[in-house]
Design a protein around this ligand. Structure first.
Ligand code: SF4
Length: 730
């Protein structure tokens, strides 16, 4: 199609600009791989404001994942015991539409669920909302962002009155103190970390504090590493606040003029004296005071967080407690300062704009708000009352709905819940009960395809045109530069086709994705996330654009809240007064260790893409369990021996890696290995589904486990070289 294109990396929420070119363009011929597929050259886009030409191994190798194990044609089967048979689009869509009609007339629209993904482009998200929440009248659309950053969304909304990260990446280069909590930025958001490290090398007075139970690559670079016990984040944050208040290192002007709720908060933090907090967190009082001193001395503190805060049964409380520190010290709305949630997926932010969680509507609206529902119904030309006032099922309640028979159709798109959901045995058992599961994905097989009745081939990044928004609110156009394989179609086209077949012809009459985006941005007019100044054409012309970007360009700003006014009824930010509750499942004599899970540099989520890239799989061929030498001695295990890890829900086996990088009493395993890639090494067989009551984000980060040394023969790891035959037989 074309020889060179500027686009966005489709892996993580950093949102790095890429330049993808065909070598033919540079006059070096048109090389192909062993299967005859063209080889594309990927470099960082120097003009992209977020990444400034930098790119990590995932972005650099992305095109190696484009041709392997692709789902090319619709397929279906009557039961999960049968093999799939190829079918036409018409046959597949007819079966889906008939089933939707049947469910609407028998169980009602709330028996229909869609579980989407932060891998969607904004256009895919938008059309899915229009189909489910608008035309079908059910709010049962949720995305895998529920497992990732929904706690950050609810914390921003409750503290500031609206979602929307207030900071930008430039703040990394203006801060006096970077406070990183619950984020292994070096491995999971590497280009953000590169920018920060470059700045810290030049500015020796700036400080880096890292809070993490593991000595990660991020922690190794810190001036102060607080290796707190899992689940003690609120103790730590309230403890720092206690010291700052005692020292008088607070911004009384900001507290008085721009916030409310400080006195209730002050009453809570009174109960967090340094000795108590240090003992609870497993750190020393001098360490705690040093952290408070860094906060006190800095004019500009920037905090970054991700899953270590969000994936918790008190995720919203943790994020709000962190925001409290910014409010009490006035560290927001100015360069180098603010609470900055790093999103995991490339377009989790676009999903938030388009209303892609079960309680949201497009344009940062809520299904709970009657005016918001009315706005959207009118815009979509639907009768009043069509949009339900009840939040739909979140991801976990889709699983429990399958258990109870209340869910009659589960439509999964661009995500792999048979690896990524908590309490995986229960998840898989529920998936087996599904009357009809539609699985729409670019790849086949995946672990989830084993549970599907209908497979729909989706065009992915590079094969369709659409937009994505990264963590700093920068929207980038990702143009199509290759043809999709076989009969694959863009996700939004598939949803629109189903909508039309259900009789909503005028609602889904789009010529292309530029028209979809043009319609979507109208729903953001005069909203906090105003995108009406952005279009595919403008992005093509000017490159990436940050929001807010109204049509008249009157509210453009790199940072939010620079006037210290917040989108709450009285314009004030709200302090939150939370005591620490700790882990939902703390260790006990029967399950004495805490298991924490996380990501490795290079790998991405469930390896659907990265598992096919040799440069990446060679880095970490197998999952290893990190254990402290004291604990290894306690259970009499040597480095490289096998350990069975048991929780109340399941068990898995891992090779041990004895390391002082992990806090005693805690063990770590990576979450990337599903049943396709290693047998009995699925981290989520162990995790539980207890969730934050506000954000409904499950506590994937911690559960109680037993560790039992076993013989090597009791577990099997799949050699990368054996993978293809396994894939063929999966
Ligand atoms: Fe892609 Fe994230 Fe790496 Fe940037 S940091 S190249 S967005 S994976």
């Amino acid at each position: 199609m074309v020889d060179s294109v500027k686009t966005l990396c489709p892996y993580c929420g950093v949102g790095c600009g890429l330049e993808v070119s065909s070598p033919r363009f540079s006059g070096t011929g048109n090389p192909t791989d062993e299967q005859g597929n063209p080889i594309w050259k990927v470099t960082g886009d120097r003009a992209h404001p977020s990444s400034q030409g930098m790119v990590c191994i995932k972005g650099a190798t992305i095109t190696e994942s484009l041709y392997k194990n692709r789902l090319e044609y619709p397929m279906m089967r009557d039961s999960l015991e049968e093999p799939f048979r190829r079918c036409s689009w018409d046959q597949a869509l007819t079966r889906i539409v008939d089933h939707i009609k049947l469910l609407r007339s028998t169980q009602g629209a709330d028996a229909i669920c869609m579980y989407g993904s932060g891998q969607f482009q904004t256009e895919d998200y938008y059309i899915a909302q229009k189909l489910l929440k608008g035309c079908l009248g059910t709010n049962n659309f949720d995305a895998n962002s529920r497992l990732c950053m929904s706690s950050a969304v609810s914390a921003y909304i409750k503290s500031f009155g609206s979602d929307g990260p207030p900071c930008c990446y430039e703040d990394l280069e203006h801060t006096d103190c970077a406070f990183l909590i619950g984020t292994n930025t070096a491995e999971c958001h590497p280009i953000v970390f590169n920018r920060l490290q470059k700045y810290l090398r030049k500015n020796r007075k700036a400080r880096l504090i890292v809070v993490d139970p593991r000595t990660t690559k991020t922690a190794e670079a810190a001036h102060l590493h607080l290796a707190i016990k899992p689940g003690t984040d609120i103790d730590l944050l309230n403890g720092i606040a206690h010291i700052l208040l005692e020292w008088g290192e607070i911004n009384t002007f900001f507290i008085d003029e721009c916030t409310k709720g400080f006195y209730e908060y002050a009453e809570v933090i009174r109960h967090y004296p340094p000795e108590l907090v240090a003992a609870k967190c497993g750190i020393s009082v001098p360490q705690l005071k040093k952290a408070a001193r860094y906060w006190a001395k800095a004019n500009r503190v920037l905090s970054l967080w991700s899953m270590g805060i969000n994936q918790s049964s008190e995720g919203t409380a943790k994020a709000r407690t962190l925001i409290n520190l910014h409010l009490m010290t006035g560290n927001i709305g100015k360069p180098g300062a603010g609470p900055f949630s790093l999103t995991g997926q490339p377009n989790a932010m676009g999903g938030r704009e388009a209303g892609g969680l079960s309680h949201l509507l497009p344009g940062y609206r809520s299904v709970l708000n009657a005016e918001h529902r009315r706005d959207v119904e009118q815009f979509w030309k639907l009768e009043p009352g069509r949009i339900s006032p009840t939040p739909g099922r979140d991801a976990w309640r889709m699983i429990t709905g399958l258990e109870t028979g209340d869910v009659g159709l589960l439509w999964i798109a661009a995500t792999n819940p048979a690896v990524s959901m908590p309490d995986l045995s229960r998840t898989k058992a529920a998936l087996l009960k599904s009357p009809l599961t539609v699985y729409q994905d670019a790849y086949y097989p995946t672990e989830t395809s084993a549970y599907a009745h209908i497979l729909l081939p989706a065009a992915q990044w590079s094969e369709k045109t659409g937009t994505m928004t990264n963590s700093e609110r920068v929207v980038t156009l990702c143009p199509q530069f290759r043809l999709p394989p076989g009969e694959a179609k863009a996700d939004w086209q598939i949803f629109a086709e189903v909508g039309k077949r259900l009789g909503f012809t005028s609602q889904f009459n789009f010529k292309d994705s530029a028209e979809v985006y043009a319609e979507f941005v109208q729903l953001t007019r005069d909203r906090f996330c105003d995108l009406t100044g952005i279009s595919h054409q403008a992005l093509l012309r000017s490159g990436p654009i940050q929001w807010p970007c109204p049509q008249d360009h009157s509210r453009e700003s790199k940072r939010l809240y620079t006037d210290f006014r917040f989108p709450t009824p009285d314009g004030r930010a709200q302090f939150a007064a939370y005591h620490s509750k700790g882990l939902a499942e703390p260790p006990d004599p029967e399950y004495p260790f805490i298991l924490t899970v996380g990501r490795l540099y290079g790998h991405w989520h469930t390896q659907t893409r990265t598992g096919h890239i040799p440069k990446i799989t060679k880095m970490y061929p197998y999952p290893r369990l990190e254990i402290h030498p004291q604990d290894a001695a306690r259970i009499n295990i040597a480095d490289g021996e096998w350990l069975e890890v048991r929780s109340r829900r399941g068990k898995a086996c891992f090779l041990t890696q004895i390391t002082r990088a992990i806090t005693p009493g805690t063990v770590f395993v990576p979450m990337h290995w599903g049943a396709l890639w290693a047998q009995h090494a699925e981290a989520n067989l162990l995790t539980h589904s207890e969730a934050c009551p506000i954000s409904l984000e499950p506590e994937l980060k911690a559960c109680a486990v037993q560790l039992i040394p076993v013989l090597a023969s009791s577990a099997t790891l799949i050699d990368v070289s054996e993978l293809n035959s396994k894939l063929a037989n999966f």
